[in-house]
Ligand binder design. Structure first.
Ligand code: AMP
Length: 270
């Protein structure tokens, strides 16, 4: 496994590689990340994983400061999973040119997390654009856990580059909580709350398999979850998978939730 810390070494390492799968991450790796790596190894001759905590996608200084890190453990995991290349750039390697035109999110896409985390996806698209330009992978593997991110990155990258974005299913623990680096910021009691919230989404999906959801149902459900678990919910919405438009039907759609347990913000979709 080759570990690369700068762009000169990256360019050298990429010479003569033509079937490259890319798994972008912010580190503190878990089985969700590993599932993306396995898919890349199955589909591409070589796999590169990046570890980069992208400052421009954090709209909250404390969130950036508190983001969990453990590079030694990440490298152990990557080696065990036989990753070919690991790219660990510095901020100056990624932000090595200034854009003439700022990346903007379409007004129709200012929904869900785009509405509640100002400039978050602008930062995500900016870093993905820079990473893809440097790495030139044929396929990029991303998790459905961050469904809106997957949706926006796919739209943006595939119309600009030849790289294909491959969505991968969410990996959950035994109690259905999606694995996330942020789960490690929760204590035992808060983890139980997060598990209950994910279970509620799954129950909703079963309950409304056939019936239409009424307008006020999700508004009331949001309030009742907030009261029961003492959490602040940014949104609880049912949206179509294809275009993320609001819907009242379960078919080809998902429930999306974002909520805060103390100062940790979590998302899920089911
Ligand atoms: P992150 O390190 O949180 O930026 O995530 C890097 C990639 O891993 C993103 O494409 C995420 O959607 C994906 N990912 C994170 N958690 C999971 C999970 N539980 N299951 C599948 N993919 C995940």
């Amino acid at each position: 496994m080759k570990i690369i810390f700068n762009n000169t070494d990256l360019n050298k390492a990429l010479e003569n590689i033509n079937s490259l799968g890319f798994v972008p991450t912010m580190g503190f790796l878990h089985n969700g990340h590993i599932s993306l790596i396995k898919k890349s190894k199955k589909n591409c001759k070589k796999t590169i994983v990046s570890i980069f905590i992208n400052p421009t996608q954090f709209n909250n200084k404390n969130d950036l400061k508190n983001y969990p890190k453990n590079l030694n453990n990440d490298l152990k995991i990557l080696k065990k999973n036989k990753v070919d290349l690991v790219y660990i750039p510095k901020v100056k390697d990624i932000y090595n040119f200034k854009r003439k035109v700022k990346i903007k999110i379409n007004p129709n896409d200012q929904i869900l997390c785009a509405k509640f985390r100002k400039n978050h996806f602008e930062g995500v698209l900016d870093v993905m654009d820079r990473l893809v330009k440097l790495i030139k992978p044929i396929k990029i593997f991303m998790g459905e856990k961050d469904f809106q991110q997957l949706y926006l990155v796919k739209k943006f990258i595939e119309q600009k580059y030849k790289s294909k974005i491959i969505g991968c299913q969410t990996i959950r623990d035994k109690s259905n909580l999606p694995l996330s680096s942020r789960n490690y910021l929760l204590n035992k009691k808060d983890l139980l709350i997060a598990r209950s919230v994910s279970s509620e989404l799954i129950k909703l999906k079963k309950k409304f398999r056939i019936k239409k959801i009424s307008k006020n149902f999700l508004i009331n459900k949001k309030k009742s979850l907030e009261n029961e678990f003492k959490i602040k919910i940014d949104y609880l919405e049912l949206r179509k998978l294809k275009n993320l438009c609001k819907t009242s039907r379960i078919l080809k759609s998902r429930f999306f939730i974002a909520y805060h347990i103390k100062d940790v913000r979590l998302i899920d979709n089911f």
